[in-house]
Design a protein around this ligand. Structure first.
Ligand SMILES: [Zn+2]
Length: 815
């Protein structure tokens, strides 16, 4: 219930004006709306104040020619490469920096030496730092890793670094980086060429948890088993040279990914002749590596409704029974890509389906999947379809998919992305009856990971953000979009992407702002994936609305396709293109660890004091008589105690007939004088207000979480109707901790209940203080030993459904 409160007409006006100034204590005020310009880098000719590439924007061009040979038995890669480097910068370069990612596996690498015991994993947040109270334990995984590292010589073996004329070049290796000193300074606009030979032993992915490697299948029919090879970060790649950081040669520690240059690739991969190869780029010599039948199927797939097998399961099974000493060379070309990855195995079946995208850029894209029998129906049904779905959704938010292929490859890597090719981990389980089943969680994982990794072909493979520095720029934007694609695939699937699902993280103490360099982030998953994704969902659905958001986001993608955006370019573009000041939003969500918790503390009902004694006195009386009878009086009545005035009626006087609310002409004259004294407009306003007799409500809010956000209200009325009111976050601009808001409703429209953020769209951490009046908190008493509902999706219902119902007489039940 909402308590009425009387105020005079004059007070009603001053109340609003005064609200802004409330609780502004000196020294304690933080301007949540302070503009970001003082934090963002100064705009310049390379990136302008609108968040666009500036009129002198430049980036380097690096083209590679590589010949690589996969030595299957040795699990070793040997290669030679020629690099063509064009200096588009305004600077003269005397040396070049390359990334030697395989050196991360050297026993004396910075990554190895600085990985804290039981600390945060090299790749992701596998384990969080413990609480220090439990005794140290060595996991089986860690033992396996230690043994693998001890048994293998890892890291690059680099030879013959020469310039274009064949002269040796001086190189200096610094951890995972290599500097090549040029024989002549490379002036702006000039190109240079150099070549090198290299080799390394491939890591076993499951032993070391890398971003590529091999997986061994000892149970395959072939003696000694088979492997799947996923080769990534496998060749010495140029570090980016940029306008904002010069060489981006920060040591590779495993987590902060890569910053790369665009270029053209011509790659020859020599592998066992019975292997199937998937790679970045389009295959140049299909007639040499594929059978006539396979080429025919590939052609058929271009217009197929469902994926067509280029290599069938039966053929793959036949293939994996034997091996060969013969080799074949697969040649791929890829234009305007920032990296190159590939996979090779005799275990692969291969399906393909043409995505008829239309348009001028790339009307036909071949969506393809490569997987072993272990992938089962999960892969046959959904992998390639999910690749197509991703392009359909992502292109709506950005640009047409510009490459000829988009691929999903199953192997040991749970999820990794490269231009045109992705590595995805989920599989089926072989049951005793020979069938392959999977849980709903595995299904969600497959569809989700394919969407996510293929989505990365857009961000950051095309919108080329600096992954080493800012994980959120690719993971956050991509997680936001994979959420859009997930909902549009099957909204019943629990994707875990709604803003309300980030709340637990946002109130936790183990967090740093999203704007933190990748290797220093605590809890990478929620920090760089889920929180920015939730923030962008809120920006789209709640703050800007779809029309403004989608326009601005697409503009960002368009501006920076094939280019190198920084966070400031994203923040500025979203603001410039939407026309809405979002500095408070970036500050709160990206630069702070505040959370959202707005509390609706009180609702007052104000009543207009008409000054007319004939109206106001009667109202006062009604309100006074509305009080409950005191206990003493009630008990007196129950006991039949009669009052003196009742028993002595002959002594009544004037005041027994007139009470303190009796109006006399003295008050009426005063009122008439008051009315006469008013200016014309004042009198008109008062008369109209009395006539209309509206309801005036003042709602008091406090901001407990610190993050300023819009106030979204559901107002319920006594007549059964209800309406939603959306107040922009700017209401907090002068008083970020507490605000009051006046709501005026028509006569008869009595407010009965108010609810804040009724659709849980703002990630408000405590919804119980969102109700006025407060509601009874719904909670569940969980029966002892009952299953946690969260685990339900992880059941392999496909297998469990075969379980026979046991009855009490069953023997095995009595054991
Ligand atoms: Zn990702």
């Amino acid at each position: 219930m909402i308590k009425p409160l009387l105020v005079s007409a004059a007070l009603l006006c001053s109340l609003q004006a005064g609200a802004d100034a409330i609780r502004q204590t000196k020294g304690d005020f933080e301007d949540k709306f302070r503009q970001l310009d003082e934090v963002l880098p100064t705009p310049n000719v390379y990136r302008n104040a609108a968040g666009e590439p500036g009129h002198q924007y430049w980036q380097q061009q690096v083209d590679y020619k590589i010949q690589a040979r996969l030595l299957e038995e040795k699990r070793r890669l040997e290669a030679s490469q020629t690099v063509h480097y064009r200096n588009n910068s305004p600077d003269t370069l005397r040396y070049l920096w390359l990334q030697l990612d395989q050196n991360i596996f050297k026993s004396d690498s910075m990554a190895e030496l600085t990985t804290a015991f039981a600390g945060i994993g090299r790749r992701g947040p596998a384990t969080e730092a413990g609480d220090g109270k439990k005794p140290a334990k060595l996991s089986m995984d860690e033992l396996r890793r230690q043994q693998f590292m001890a048994d293998h010589q890892l890291g690059y073996d680099i030879k013959d670094v020469r310039d274009g004329t064949g002269k040796p070049l001086k190189v200096t290796i610094v951890g995972t980086n290599m500097r090549i000193d040029l024989n002549q300074p490379l002036k702006p606009g000039q190109s240079t060429e150099f070549s090198l030979n290299y080799a390394y032993n491939i890591v076993e992915e499951n032993a070391v948890s890398a971003r590529g490697g091999y997986e061994h299948f000892p149970k395959d029919a072939r003696a000694g088993g088979n492997d799947i090879f996923q080769l990534a970060q496998w060749f010495p790649r140029l570090h980016a040279y940029t306008d904002y950081e010069a060489w981006t040669n920060k040591e590779f520690l495993g987590r902060g990914e890569f910053t790369l240059e665009f270029g053209n690739y011509d790659v020859e991969l020599t592998v066992p002749a019975d292997h199937i190869v998937a790679a970045t780029g389009s295959l140049q010599n299909a007639e040499k590596v594929l059978t006539r039948e396979q080429r025919k199927r590939l052609k058929e797939a271009e217009k197929a409704k469902r994926p067509v097998f280029v290599v069938t399961e039966a053929e793959a099974l036949e293939n994996e029974k034997e091996g060969t000493n013969a080799v074949k060379t697969w040649r791929f070309k890829a234009d305007n890509v920032r990296d190159f990855a590939w996979a090779s195995s005799r275990k692969f079946m291969w399906d393909a389906k043409g995505y008829q995208q239309g348009g001028d850029t790339q009307p036909l894209v071949m969506a393809m999947s490569f997987y072993p029998k272990e992938g089962g129906d999960l892969w046959k049904k959904y992998s390639t379809e999910a690749v197509v779905h991703t392009m359909q959704v992502y292109s709506r938010f950005s640009f047409d998919y510009p490459y000829p292929v988009a691929q999903s490859v199953n192997g040991p890597v749970g999820g990794m992305e490269y231009p045109m090719i992705t590595f995805n981990g989920p599989r089926t389980t072989l049951q005793d009856d020979g069938s392959r089943t999977y849980s709903q969680a595995e299904k969600r994982f497959l569809i989700g990971v394919v969407i996510h990794e293929v989505g990365h072909i857009y961000f950051p493979m095309l919108v080329n953000s600096d992954e080493r520095q800012w994980t959120w720029m690719d993971e956050g934007l991509n997680s936001f979009l994979d959420g859009v694609a997930g909902r549009e695939w099957d909204s019943d699937m629990p994707w875990g992407i709604e803003p309300s699902e980030i709340v637990d993280y946002m109130v936790s103490s183990t967090q740093v702002p999203i704007m933190t360099q990748s290797d220093s982030v605590l809890r990478l998953g929620p920090n760089a994936y889920t929180k920015p994704a939730a923030a962008l969902t809120i920006l789209r659905e709640t703050i800007l609305g779809r029309e403004l958001f989608d326009f601005a986001f697409k503009e960002y993608a368009r501006r920076w396709q094939y280019k190198r955006p920084t966070p400031a370019d994203f923040f500025r573009t979203m603001e410039e293109a939407s026309g809405v000041d979002l500095d408070w939003f970036w500050r709160g969500w990206f630069y702070s660890t505040d959370h959202v918790d707005i509390s609706l503390d009180k609702v007052y009902k104000l009543r207009l004091d008409t000054e007319n004694p004939d109206i106001d006195f009667a109202r006062d009386k009604a309100q006074d008589l509305d009080k409950p009878m005191s206990m003493s009086l009630e008990n007196n009545r129950k006991q039949g105690i009669r009052e003196w005035r009742e028993l002595n009626q002959d002594l009544r006087d004037f005041y027994d007939e007139n009470d303190r609310w009796t109006v006399t002409n003295k008050e009426r004259n005063k009122y008439n004088k008051f009315i006469k004294g008013l200016e014309d407009w004042e009198r008109a306003a008062l008369e109209r207000a009395v006539q209309e007799d509206k309801n005036y409500y003042v709602l008091e809010f406090s901001n407990l979480g610190g993050l300023v956000m819009p106030i979204i209200l559901k107002l319920d009325y006594a007549d059964g109707s209800s309406e939603t009111m959306r107040i922009p976050a700017e209401i907090w601009r002068r008083s970020p901790k507490e605000v009051k808001k006046l709501i005026v409703t028509d006569k008869g429209k009595e407010l009965t209940q108010v609810e804040l953020d009724p659709r849980w769209e703002t990630a408000d951490a405590d919804i119980e203080n969102n109700f006025y009046p407060r509601r009874i908190v719904p909670s569940r008493v969980e029966a002892y030993k009952s299953e946690k509902s969260k685990a339900k999706i992880h059941r392999d219902i496909m297998q469990d459904i075969k379980t026979e119902l046991k009855n009490d007489d069953d023997k095995d039940n009595k054991q």
